[in-house]
Design a protein around this ligand. Structure first.
Ligand code: FAD
Length: 426
């Protein structure tokens, strides 16, 4: 079948919280032609298969994941945006400055090419696979990521096993506990390689007591047993160097999120070396003119409501840019981070008062590789310290707002930019 879509003003790729919220904002404020492309058959993104506590900061009330996804679906279908589900974008070809960009799409009717002046990437993130985590042992069935587990249990009503071991301690590990319990699976334990948990320790401890499973910190998977199905694991304690055998038929690998950014692989769009997502400026624009990115494609996982708020802000930037044919040249200051800071997003900052950003959005943000006690964060430019902040505790793998309004911007060398460091902390 010959299908074609005439050139568009804005194409949003990804129908999760970030993409839908961007569409809602674009449609209320402009007469632009807008399309939303979603690879799955249904809109809503990741929340479709998650359970509780959705919508607080963006919709100002609590939903379950599926009802939040349905609400966004209903709202966006009432707008003038054209919604295309089952449309997977396979390739992005960037145009020269001022020209439209091109998307190669696989639709239910066949391949097609869409040209669009503005593009918003809102393709979300995924968890690292077993091979990316270098888990040793045999390769039986019964090893899932949380995403797969949630789809099996929450979307298909299946029971994935009888006794599960959870690897990782980011917030999503606690979601796995609830999903497993809902499916009637007992929990053999939760294993974290670091000395500390990467989530709220008190919540994890309460869950461990309530559901009766051990939390094993500073512990690594030494071996996985089983030929056709997982039969157990051997764990190695980093402290005592002792091994421990646990029986289980299911392993759930949680966290270690990575942006779903393969669309920019063969483009000139600059990638952040740590997140592997597109590097953006404070207006959510990538290094290629009129291509923007928002939501978890920027970093790995953060909560849905913050992604939704980012989508909204990115849409406002697109609207501002659509009103002028001339590209304004701003002087953005490059931001860098040293380990154990995993990343800083956005990677290019225009100094401006905090009130310019959303009141509810901790943006710009950093994330640490692991939880630190009593750390001091510092920002440096050339050989001058332009800000210092002491903290009692900073959680790993969690968004931490960067108080850029306190930085001494007049001392910053714009060419060298700003480097963020952790000076102390255990
Ligand atoms: C396993 C898992 C569990 C999570 N649990 C929670 C939780 O309990 N609470 C919470 O707040 N957050 C959770 N998150 C974080 C979650 O990513 C955010 O809540 C939120 O969904 C991010 O919104 P988003 O719009 O950036 O991305 P997503 O919601 O991931 O939406 C991205 C959309 O883009 C589509 N897409 C991707 N590539 C293409 C393409 N090439 N063409 C067309 N469409 C494409 C995808 O199909 C998807 O629908 C979880 C994340 C994961 C991976």
């Amino acid at each position: 079948m010959d299908i074609s879509i005439e050139p568009l003003d804005v194409t949003v790729i990804g129908g999760g919280p970030a993409g839908i919220s961007a569409c809602l904002e674009l449609c209320t404020l402009t007469g632009l032609s807008i399309a939303l492309l979603e690879g799955e058959q249904e809109l809503g993104g990741m929340p479709r298969s998650c359970h509780i506590f959705f919508g607080l900061r963006d919709r100002k009330r609590f939903y379950t994941g599926p009802s939040y996804a349905r609400k966004l679906d209903r709202l966006v279908r009432k707008t003038g945006a054209r919604i295309y589900t089952g449309f997977r974008v396979l390739d992005l070809v960037t145009g020269s400055p001022g020209d439209a960009h091109e998307l190669h799409v696989l639709s239910p009717e066949g391949p097609l090419c869409i040209r669009s002046r503005f593009i918003l990437l809102a393709t979300g993130c995924f968890e690292s696979s077993r091979s990316e985590r270098f888990l040793p042992g045999t390769r039986p069935s019964g090893i899932f990521t949380t995403g797969t587990l949630q789809q099996l249990v929450n979307l298909r009503g299946l029971k994935p096993g009888d006794r599960a071991l959870i690897i990782g301690s980011e917030h999503v590990a606690l979601s796995s506990v609830l999903t497993l319990k809902r499916a009637g699976v007992s929990i053999a334990g939760l294993v974290e390689g670091d000395l500390r948990l990467n989530t709220y320790a008190s919540v994890a401890a309460s869950m461990s007591r309530f559901f009766g499973f051990p939390i094993l910190k500073n512990t690594a998977i030494h071996r996985i047993f089983g030929s056709s199905r997982v039969e157990g694991v051997e764990l190695l304690s980093g402290r005592s160097k002792e091994t421990l055998h646990l029986d289980c038929d299911t392993i759930v690998m949680t966290g270690r999120f990575r942006p779903d950014s393969s669309l920019i692989d063969n483009t000139p769009i600059e990638k952040d070396p740590y997140t592997l997502g597109p590097a953006v400026d404070t207006a959510f624009m990538t290094s290629v003119q009129n291509i923007f990115a928002a939501g978890n494609v920027l970093r790995g996982a953060d909560t849905h409501d913050l992604c939704a708020l980012e989508g909204r802000l990115a849409a406002r930037s697109i609207i501002r840019n659509s009103r002028t044919s001339k590209q304004k040249i701003f002087r953005y200051i490059p931001m860098r981070a040293e380990r154990p800071i995993r990343y800083v997003v956005p990677q290019r900052i225009m100094p401006m008062p905090k009130r310019f950003f959303s009141k509810f959005l901790p943006w710009p943000e950093i994330q640490l590789e692991k939880t630190l006690l009593r750390p001091t964060l510092e920002a440096w430019s050339r050989k001058e310290r332009i800000w210092q902040g002491a903290y009692r505790r900073l959680l790993g793998n969690t968004r931490i707002p960067l108080p850029i309004e306190k930085f001494l911007w007049d001392r910053v060398d714009p060419a060298l930019g700003v480097t963020l460091r952790v000076i102390q902390g255990v």
